[in-house]
Design a protein around this ligand. Sequence first.
Ligand SMILES: NC(=O)c1ccc[n+]([C@@H]2O[C@H](COP(=O)([O-])OP(=O)(O)OC[C@H]3O[C@@H](n4cnc5c(N)ncnc54)[C@H](O)[C@@H]3O)[C@@H](O)[C@H]2O)c1
Length: 357
Amino acid sequence: MHRLGFIGFGGMAAGYHYETSKRSDIPDLEPAAVYDVDPQRREFAKSKGLAVYDSLQDFLDSRAFDIVLVATPNNYHRPMVEAALGAGYNVMVEKPAAITSADFRAMMDAADRSGKLFTVHQNRRWDRDFLIAKAAIEEGDVGAPYMIESRIHGTGGTMTGWRGMADHGGGMLLDWGVHMLDQVLWLIKEPVDTVYAVVRSIKTDEVDDYAKVIITFESGLVAQVEVATFTLAPLPRLAVYGDKGGFMIEGGSPARVTKATDMHWENYDAPAYGDDYPGGMQSRTLRRCVYGTEKFDAPAPEKLPPQDWASLYKNVLAALDGKEELVVKPVEVLRVIKVIEAAFESSRTNKAVKFVN
Ligand SMILES: NC(=O)c1ccc[n+]([C@@H]2O[C@H](COP(=O)([O-])OP(=O)(O)OC[C@H]3O[C@@H](n4cnc5c(N)ncnc54)[C@H](O)[C@@H]3O)[C@@H](O)[C@H]2O)c1
């Protein structure tokens, strides 16, 4: 049996992690204890029957759990993770795991020193729309992807609470961009070549609430991630173009694939321009890619993946028991944070940043 201790028992910890730790299909995990700076949140945790501590040291000294979940505002992640790993606990931290790559490297070093499991709650790797896109690509109907667009077009207007504060690690790129970038970088395993970004504050004073990040990969594949809080005419969540077809995804519906059929070249040996160019006949002699199209939904309805974020918990428990490899690896998270840093740099300098993988 594994027992979960919470540092920070706010919206995400109490609303999602606590409930997940009680799920009947995760029988070897139970919620145990809470440390939160807010007395009201501590009272709330007590009402759930959890052991509650009003100091971090007492919480860590209690040994009432073996896994610590850190779910505080982002600026507290590093000190909490380092303290929990230093005290010999396995640790899962909420996203964005850190505000800078230097902070995250320090957290990885603390994990190495402790020899304990360290991972990040990148739960959106199990989002249904993303898994549909992944499956549709893997089924091969679009061929080799050359362009991926992933976006969260929100209508909330602004970043609020601590998410609107720079010193708390607020801003839309850190809050939602980290999920979208983690998905793309997990899907596309090749090295990143360049990062170009526009990061803006449209309605929020202190932090960004709009970001467009364009990543080119070594093969030339380009991915665009866009996150926004004031997009009153939202564009589709995901779009993928490959060398055999393309698709779009809205919500949790299957990918509507348009696939090229009977694709072949006409006049493959024709010169690039007809001899009579720029006269009227050249188009008949030019090389052309011709094809028909068919449209279908992918994956097939019976194969649509469920959205089950708890898969991450199941994997962490299996990894602790030596049965599975950890899915969310710190080294992958580091790459995402480095891309976010590169995006901020690119926006500041208005130049594409050559990425060091
Ligand atoms: N993975 C996801 O889908 C997802 C969704 C929402 C939030 N999050 C992440 O979870 C974390 C928490 O977000 P939230 O929405 O629950 O915020 P929240 O404000 O609702 O909760 C934060 C909690 O931390 C407590 N806290 C603040 N400073 C503390 C400190 N120094 N020590 C101990 N406790 C402290 C607060 O009292 C509060 O109870 C953030 O990192 C956020 O990005 C992730």
